[in-house]
Design a protein around this ligand. Structure first.
Ligand code: F6R
Length: 606
């Protein structure tokens, strides 16, 4: 998704801006651009596609200027071409923008009536002209305050001015933005990750705030243009490594890293000497909570759904699961005895963040399960459970999914135990099983050859289905999501028991159907559902766990057996072949696996 970089320095900034934009590439984008200020004029270069295209441009290679802004764009308003790429500039002002301006059509009408000419189809260009218009009568601070008040929607902005050789403005509402501090230079970035290569001293802007970045100091203002003080945070100075190593794609590497993700999570939260789960500083008394509401988007939503099954199995709590974009606009009944849990890898997903803000405005108990601990969701929730899986670059979430479900499983176990829903003996047994999980996932990873062959059938098909019941149902949804997002094959995840209520009509001769039927309490029921699809011509890939008992069905096209463990941990193992299936399908099709079309890693617009 869109990303912003700004640098105000006493040396040339274009190369550093390009390098920082490369750090933002993992977010998914379709065009890039840069503007620098030199000798009283703004020079702007934009290009379609990757930052590489921008870097190769001869104008960029010779670009001078000690102050500049750069952007990677993920199209919302207007085609993904170089005209719509950011920055957008008037004669006086140049702007980069993340987010969506909801009243851009009205503002544009007003600005056109004042004689402003527009070049692009974007909503961003209205900001440029609005500032230019306001500058006719106001000073910089007042023109920014006035402009921001006229905008509806969400934004993170970086702005430079033709007549201001030592000034970048940053402004935030809804979309994340941070300031970084360096020696004789200061920075603006939509992502602390991009700033980390230049500094570990960061200040995050809160909603409604803006800042003035000069070479030697930074000033902060609230939405009324009144100066405020902000804290400088020191992030860990270790820059996380994120090279692909010997892997062709980040996704392949991240799938293989999953045993480490689990080991890290277990090491962080399991107290092996006391047979306990450490959830330090949990801020609420256990009897204050009788309901858990889990909220997320996409894969993180599937983690929430997975957790529902575990919370219901291991505790007597009431459990709700919600998609953030639905939750935030519904007429919810907020209850004081509910713990609202927000699940997000990036911690910046706009809908999840809005759902959190809504709960906070109602003074609810909020907890987040995130990977990026400096993120907006982590910073704004009352209590954070980090997943410790390291940076995830592939747009399709893999290791973060296993990391999220591990933490949610631990939370369910701990609450079940504290509430006395779960007896000590069973609690101990589950902790013992957990310790073995990373090795079992490791063994399950060695199924590549079989999956590679199987993936061909999926690529040749018009569509496919993924079926599961109970603990396996959220994993079926996740498997279908992975296949569709990476290989662009239509894939539908469904509860196996629902097939005869409609979707069975889709089954035709040769259609590949994945059936998740581990040997748990749902096994026989799922096998019956599987027979119903086989009878109608489906080519079934059965994924189950190893067992001494034979599989009780015939005419199965292919079978994959994952390792064996307790029923509630089998979802971890079932996930692995589905991730690999999606990976190999996309690989065979030659698609861009780490950056699938139309998608972004961090979805900062609603
Ligand atoms: C799918 C995927 C997305 C994300 C979703 C939420 O592979 O990665 O569906 O899970 O956009 O993102 P986060 O977890 O960052 O809130």
């Amino acid at each position: 998704m869109c990303g912003i970089i700004g640098i105000n320095s006493n040396k040339s900034v274009s190369a550093s801006i390009i390098n920082s934009l490369k750090k933002l590439e993992y977010r998914g984008y379709d065009s890039a651009g840069i503007a620098t200020l030199h000798a009283g004029s703004i020079n702007e270069v934009k290009s379609e596609g990757r930052v590489d295209n921008l870097e190769k441009n001869s104008v960029v290679q010779n670009m001078v200027g000690t102050i500049g802004i750069g952007h990677v764009r993920w199209a919302t308003h207007g085609l993904p071409n170089s005209i719509n790429a950011h920055p957008h500039s008037s004669q006086n002002v140049s702007v980069v923008h993340n987010g969506i301006i909801e009243n851009s059509t009205l503002l544009k009408k007003f600005l056109v009536s004042k004689g402003h000419k527009f070049k692009s189809q974007t909503d961003t260009e209205v900001i440029v002209h609005l500032i230019t218009e306001n500058l006719k009568t106001e000073n910089i601070i007042n023109s920014i305050t006035k402009t921001l008040k006229s905008l509806h929607g969400s934004f993170a902005l970086g702005i430079i001015f033709k007549d201001q050789p030592d000034l970048i403005i940053g402004a935030r509402r809804g979309s994340p933005l941070a300031v970084g501090y360096g020696p004789n230079e200061n920075y603006l970035g939509s992502d602390s990750y991009a700033l980390k290569s230049m500094t570990n001293k960061i200040t995050y802007l809160s909603d409604g705030e803006f800042c003035v970045i000069k070479k030697d100091h930074v000033e902060f203002f609230n939405e009324d243009g009144i100066k405020i003080n902000k804290k400088v945070l020191e992030l860990s100075s270790e820059e996380e490594k994120y090279d692909k190593g010997d892997y062709k794609h980040f996704m392949a590497k991240e799938i293989e890293e999953q045993p480490t993700t689990l080991k890290n999570g277990i090491k962080e939260y399991l107290d092996t000497s006391n047979n306990d789960i450490n959830i330090f500083n949990f801020p609420w008394k256990i009897n204050e909570i009788s309901t858990i509401t889990l909220i997320g988007c996409g894969t993180a939503y599937h983690s929430c759904l997975m957790a529902k099954y575990w919370f219901e199995e291991l505790t007597t709590l009431n459990v709700n699961v919600d998609i953030a974009s639905e939750f935030r606009y519904r007429k919810n009944r907020f209850k004081k005895d509910t713990l609202y849990v927000f699940v997000s890898q990036s911690g910046e997903t706009a809908d999840t963040y809005a759902a959190l803000s809504l709960c906070k405005s109602k003074e609810m108990k909020t907890c987040s399960v995130v990977n990026v601990i400096e993120s907006s969701i982590a910073r704004d929730s009352e209590f954070v459970l980090p997943i410790h899986c390291g940076i995830e670059i592939g747009v399709a979430s893999t290791k973060a999914f296993l990391g999220q479900i591990l933490i949610l499983y631990l939370l369910a176990l701990k609450l079940g135990f504290l509430r006395k829903d779960l007896k000590r003996e069973l609690f101990n047994k589950k902790l013992k099983d957990l310790k073995e999980l990373p090795d079992l996932v490791q063994q399950t990873l060695s199924i590549d050859n079989k999956i590679q062959t199987i993936s061909k059938t999926f690529n040749d098909a018009k569509g496919s289905m993924f079926l599961g019941r109970g603990f396996s149902y959220p994993i079926a949804l996740e498997g279908a999501l992975k296949l569709k997002e990476l290989s662009y094959i239509h894939a539908e995840g469904y509860p196996a028991g629902e097939m005869k209520h409609g979707p069975l009509a889709l089954i035709e001769e040769g259609m590949p159907v994945v059936v998740l039927a581990p040997r748990d309490d749902y096994y026989k029921k799922t096998i019956s559902n599987m027979q119903e699809v086989i009878a109608r011509g489906a080519k079934v890939l059965l994924i189950t766990n190893k067992s001494k008992d034979e599989i009780i069905s015939e005419n199965i096209w292919e079978t994959i057996e994952v390792e064996t463990t307790g029923a509630d941990l089998l979802p971890f193992l079932l996930t692995v072949p589905l991730q690999k299936l999606a990976y190999y399908s996309a690989l065979k099709k030659g698609y861009d696996i780490d950056k699938p079309r139309n998608l972004a890693k961090s979805v900062t617009v609603e």
